[in-house]
Write a protein of this length. Structure first.
Length: 370
């Protein structure tokens, strides 16, 4: 008898689990998403990295090397430069990660001196990527040297000269500070806001607040304002520690960095409010925040792993992650010293995301108030 009761109880639990959509998503959705994210996104390899070429020689030998590099799956030649003065602007625009410079009389020097030089100038705001790019270029050039030496009487060699811009010592802290700043601002602003509002709804006090003499928008602003203040303090602490303790430079405008940080905080708060509108409890808000924010911010924002090396679907998905655009802005201001003319696109994208999150949140709250 006890056995039949136990079996019946177990069956009942199975039915409850299968009928609960959220439980099914947690049980099977989370592992699936995590496997796909970690499997495809976590890689130290590079693929289709955009580079530029400055060919001072323009002879048959340099053209062969350029074609060989372009034919590899690792690099994509974004632009051909005509002067060294173009290097700074193309790096600041963020269009390329490296520039290959072929010295004058390249073919002649190989024939007469058996040695020619290629300078690899990399954007070292991402130290690991810069190192990998240099290593890959060096491997391609060494393979090319072996090919031309195979049928030659004398030995030819192609030497690489490496130069790292914006982070010449390849300090990992230059990546660490902007990334941690982004993660903390996103989690404090979005996750804590969504939980805070969900707590009011769970306790049944949110409806009382919304029907009070204060307008709903003022109630929501009053709930999130402390998190704006706390997030700004967090941003100041992180930047201050990076500057004074880790000697991270702030080459750009501190005022612009502050404005962009406040914009990102507002974007994250708007996302947190949106999460709160679809969450009836703190537990639900926490699960959505962790699944929807933590993993994408760390993996798909370019904080740790280069986005250009991810599969195309992952690259497309990364465009809807606000953290991706903010990390790009912070690195551009702090390391490259750029102004708004180089980061206006990223700024507009964050503004657009903020408006979308707010409009969706207001619509959801209207539905609840009706």
């Amino acid at each position: 008898m006890n056995r039949k009761v136990f079996i019946g109880f177990v069956k009942k639990e199975f039915f409850h689990i299968f009928r609960d959509r959220r439980s099914m998503i947690i049980l099977f959705g989370m592992p699936l998403v995590q496997i796909l994210l970690f499997g495809f996104a976590i890689t130290n390899e590079i693929n289709n990295v955009s580079i530029a070429v400055l060919d001072k020689s323009k002879d048959i030998e340099t053209q062969k090397i350029i074609h060989k590099i372009a034919a590899s799956p690792y690099f994509e030649i974004e632009k051909v430069l005509h002067a060294e003065s173009d290097i700074e602007s193309i790096f600041k625009s963020g269009k390329v990660k490296a520039v290959l410079i072929f010295e004058p009389n390249f073919n002649k020097k190989i024939q007469t001196k058996s040695l020619a030089k290629v300078q690899v100038v990399t954007d070292a705001t991402e130290p690991n990527t810069a190192n990998t790019i240099t290593a890959y270029v060096n491997a391609i050039l060494q393979n090319y040297s072996k090919e031309i030496n195979h049928n030659a009487n004398s030995k030819y060699d192609i030497a690489i000269e490496s130069q790292w811009r914006y982070n010449p010592e390849l300090k990992s802290v230059y990546t660490f500070v902007p990334g941690v700043m982004t993660v903390i601002l996103m989690l404090v602003s979005a996750m804590m806001t969504s939980i805070s509002i969900a707590r009011e709804k769970e306790l049944g006090t949110m409806e009382i607040l919304l029907v009070s003499p204060l307008k709903p928008i003022l109630v929501i602003l009053g709930k999130v304002f402390p998190y704006i203040f706390l997030s700004i303090i967090n941003a100041i602490i992180i930047v201050g520690l990076g500057f004074f303790v880790f000697k991270m430079p702030i080459n750009g405008s501190l005022f612009l960095l502050t404005l962009e940080s406040i914009l990102f905080i507002i974007t994250a708060l708007a996302l947190g409010i949106l999460i709160s509108t679809i969450s009836n409890s703190q537990q639900t808000a926490m699960m959505i925040s962790l699944m929807g924010l933590m993993l994408p911010v760390i993996i798909l924002s370019g904080f740790i792993f280069p986005i250009s090396s991810m599969p195309l679907p992952m690259q497309i998905i990364s465009n809807i992650i606000p953290a991706k655009w903010f990390i790009s802005i912070v690195k551009a201001i702090m390391l490259k010293g750029v102004g708004i003319q180089f980061i206006w696109k990223e700024t507009l994208i964050l503004l657009f995301m903020t408006m979308i999150f707010m409009l969706l949140s207001m619509k959801k709250y209207k539905i609840r108030l009706e």
